[in-house]
Design a protein around this ligand. Sequence first.
Ligand SMILES: [Zn+2]
Length: 365
Amino acid sequence: MAVIREGKVSIEMGEGVFYNPRMEMNRDLNVACLTCLPDVTTYVDAMAASGIRGIRVKKEVPREIDVTVNDWDAGAYELLKRNAEANGVTVNATNRGANTLLSSTQYDFVDIDPFGTPSPYIDAVCRSAKRFMGVTATDTAPLCGAHLRSGMRKYGAFPVKTEYYPEIGLRVLMGKVVREQAKYDRAVRPLLCHSTEHYVRLYLAVDHGVVPADRMLDQIGFILDCAKCHYRETIPGLAVQAPDRCPNCGGKARLAGPLWLGPLKDNGFVSQVLHVINTGEFGRKERAARLLELILGEIDVPTFYDHHRVCQDLKATPTTIEVLLETLRGAGYQASRTHFSGIGFRTDAPVNIVKSIVLALSPRS
Ligand SMILES: [Zn+2]
């Protein structure tokens, strides 16, 4: 029987139970985030498989949390009970369907980490989560526009495939959660959201009431995108009027959404999580810290540019991103890197200014 070590736990992997080592950083961050949410006294991992997420929360968060680990599969249920015992922790082990469990019980923090799409569970997560929710999605193709029809069915949104597709995917998922919460006169507020390799992860705070729910809905809308000239425009609202043609170059414009146009993080929270990562013991400490530092530095301007794509279109030679960012800031604009892509950058400069700066920085050939 394969036993893996991760964080401060040893976990037996049962037959057919999937362990993804690439998710280790995701779970490191999960422990760090829970550490920074002192209001959480009850936590559930509704699709627990081996139980590793919840067992790590119980063992590694330096505070008493009532942890429930649930899996509908009988074999997984026996396995997660053995794993909790082997690690000397007491958890509530349950053997129910995720939607059934979440429909009958509320928890401070509801965590859903499915292999594939979280879409069929989001409504139940919204009903169960009293204060916070964590949502993972690994179906990046439907989220990002690579599988258009599947994305429309699962997320009720039209995700255009763009060069900033990981950001579209994250905003489409967030948009779906927002609309599911709004039904119940509740709002969600992003604490930390990231897209890493082939998954998207959201940590959200839940606010109750019509006022925060309406305020949240104001940040739902569409992104108008021109593939020809890189022009983008955000259009808030659910019933929007958008031009067919790009206002900048007259090319064909595409509309993605409805999706979330608001901020993707709370810098106060992200700083606290970074502190926990930097001062704690985590297997993917360096990677997690690097990710959080990038997120902290990101400006809240929707959609990043792909530096190489812009250069390619202009037949320009790329400088370093740092030089580009300094030049944009020197011209009076905000500019930052983005965690979504090593060659991506964000700025509030209009696209034509971006292009003229990229051209001016390119060495003459
Ligand atoms: Zn255009």
